[in-house]
Design a protein. Structure first.
Length: 244
């Protein structure tokens, strides 16, 4: 049996599920009024989750505490409580090299290989001159990855905040850019970044707003690059992705 009823009961349903929505969304966007009989609250709730809150922020109420503003980067550690439904604006595995300055990376890789080959040729030449046999070993690559570490840019439609995967989120296998999550307290914030544990984050929808469907899948891009460029890539990275 689906929850159903009138507009006021629908608004109460949204409130109970931590969804902060302006009345105008129900009345102007959906055309509902006090005499409307809504057969399925879950369907309306899903429609709300499918909205692009950055594009249609006029329907959103600001729910994030001002202390979590992305631009503030408060240095003191604090603990926050409450429930916040947020949209994932950006996310990236910061344990991997970033997809920035692609041409620079390729150039670095080519030069690095050339330099390595020159060094190997010089060593081989010295060994041959000294009468020592040279044993050619396969190239050893450096894959300096730690465990996966997602960093998120989250928004309530008005304000952005940063969060990091402080504990592994086992259910999170692929990027969820554009999707909605429920952030539940208590959670700690340090240096302006929310430290997310398993109990803090829940995926609410598998749908992505149409306006974000063309967004770049950062994980696919990352997989195209060789791990040996990690140090150079990190040295050349920028923070433009944070400008939500």
């Amino acid at each position: 049996m689906f929850p159903s009823g009138n507009l006021q009961q629908l608004k109460s349903f949204f409130h109970e599920n931590h969804a902060k929505v302006k009345s105008e969304w129900f009345e102007q966007k959906l055309g509902l009024n006090s005499s409307s009989n809504i057969p399925d609250f879950n369907e309306i709730f899903q429609r709300w989750l499918d909205e692009d809150w950055k594009q249609d922020r006029q329907w959103c109420l600001q729910v994030l505490p001002k202390e979590l503003n992305l631009n503030l980067l408060n240095v003191e550690k604090r603990t926050f409580h409450g429930h916040y439904i947020l949209q994932v604006e950006k996310m990236i595995d910061i344990s991997r090299p970033l997809p920035t300055k692609i041409n620079v990376r390729k150039s670095i890789k080519d030069k690095r290989k050339e330099k390595q080959q020159e060094n190997e040729d010089e060593k081989e030449e010295k060994k041959e001159k000294s009468g020592t046999k040279v044993k050619k070993n396969g190239q050893v690559k450096f894959y300096g990855y730690g465990r996966r570490l997602w960093q998120f840019c989250l928004t309530d439609g008005h304000q952005e905040c940063l969060a990091i995967e402080y504990e592994p989120l086992d259910w999170l296998k692929n990027p969820i850019i554009g999707k909605k999550v429920l952030l539940s307290g208590p959670f700690d914030v340090y240096l302006g970044t929310i430290l997310i544990k398993t109990s803090n984050l829940q995926l609410l929808t598998a749908n992505v707003p149409k306006s974000t469907l063309s967004a770049i899948d950062l994980q696919e891009i990352l997989e195209e690059y060789d791990a040996e460029l990690e140090m150079e890539a990190l040295g050349n990275q920028d923070d433009t992705w944070k400008s939500c």
